[in-house]
Design a protein around this ligand. Structure first.
Ligand code: CTP
Ligand code: MG
Length: 181
């Protein structure tokens, strides 16, 4: 695979993990997942993690994975790259892993005394990638090793934090998000 193919594949594969966080911002609101419960002095997760955000983000990610799978053959012809399809288990669990990674990060943020919305550099940029990759690995190990080759993974790890910062800054400028990170 040349560099072009590696980069295109990395974007394609990660879209169902990138979309849920952004969809959660749009879908979020209503009942917090922790139901207001606390652990020690602080909230378990906080008001920034809601059922609507979780389900909306998950649903959006699954939809993206299914659409990408349906369009992979045509997309491959168009882009001249053999684009991967998402097995059903991956389509379902990959975006869920992204949302749960983000939720685990909020749990960690509260335990380390960070208020809702406080920045947690590195963790904020990688929580959803770690969660989604872990879930994909467990859901379909053979597919994972075949698709997320060391070179594709390298691009994912380099591009993800940059994209995360840019997209969140854009969402902030558009008034969709309270903080630019
Ligand atoms: N959101 C949600 N449910 C989720 C994830 C996100 O409703 N499971 C929405 C919330 O409105 C949240 C916004 O998306 O405020 C931005 O998400 P994020 O930055 O992850 O949450 P924060 O508000 O920064 O909270 P935390 O400090 O816990 O990360
Ligand atoms: Mg935040």
């Amino acid at each position: 695979m040349d560099v072009y193919a590696v980069v295109v594949t990395a974007f394609w594969v990660m879209l169902p993990a990138y979309i849920p966080n952004n969809a959660a911002v749009l879908a979020g609101g209503g009942r917090p997942i922790d139901g207001g419960r606390t652990l020690g002095e602080r909230r378990l997760l906080g008001d920034g993690k809601t059922w609507r955000g979780l389900l909306g983000g998950w649903f959006a990610g699954v939809t993206v994975a299914l659409v990408l799978t349906a369009t992979a053959p045509d997309g491959s012809d168009l882009l001249g790259v053999g684009l991967p399809e998402f097995p059903l288990a991956v389509a379902l669990l990959f975006p869920l892993g992204a949302m749960l990674g983000d939720i685990c990060a909020s749990f960690l943020k509260r335990r380390t005394g960070r208020e809702r919305g406080a920045p947690f550099p590195v963790v904020d940029q990688f929580d959803f990638v770690a969660g989604s990759l872990l879930f994909a690995l467990v859901a379909a190990p053979a597919w994972f090793l075949d698709t997320l080759t060391p070179r594709v993974l390298t691009v994912v790890l380099v591009v993800t934090p940059v994209l995360h910062v840019l997209v969140n800054a854009l969402a902030y400028l558009l008034g969709l998000k309270d903080e630019p990170y």
